[in-house]
Write a protein that binds this ligand. Structure first.
Ligand SMILES: [Zn+2]
Length: 97
């Protein structure tokens, strides 16, 4: 067990899994945590892994920084869009490919 293993364990034990988003890197969609995407790919095109709609990352910074996915165009068939989700998952009407 190296010195880094404690941090990984703490991350895995987090009650809610870190939200993910897809970032277009060299013409290929890759999945990152919102933290990584915001840190390394701030200006890249991002999409929702669930519905493929275009998203931006909203962040609040303070003692407990929080990042959240925000769909550019709201879509009621996306489970990650908890406020508008109708219960049936469907592809975004304007998906990013
Ligand atoms: Zn979505």
């Amino acid at each position: 067990m190296g010195r880094g293993s404690k941090r990984i364990a703490a991350f895995v034990m987090t009650a809610h899994p870190a939200p993910l988003c897809e970032v277009k890197v060299d013409a290929v969609w890759r999945t990152f945590s919102l933290n990584e995407a915001q840190l390394h790919f701030r200006d890249a095109i991002k999409r929702c892994p669930a519905c493929h709609g275009r998203v931006t990352i909203l962040g609040t910074y303070g003692l407990q920084p929080r990042l959240a996915l925000s769909h550019r165009r709201s879509h009621d068939g996306c489970p990650s869009n908890t406020r508008h989700y109708r219960g049936v998952q469907s592809r975004h009407p304007q998906p990013v490919d």
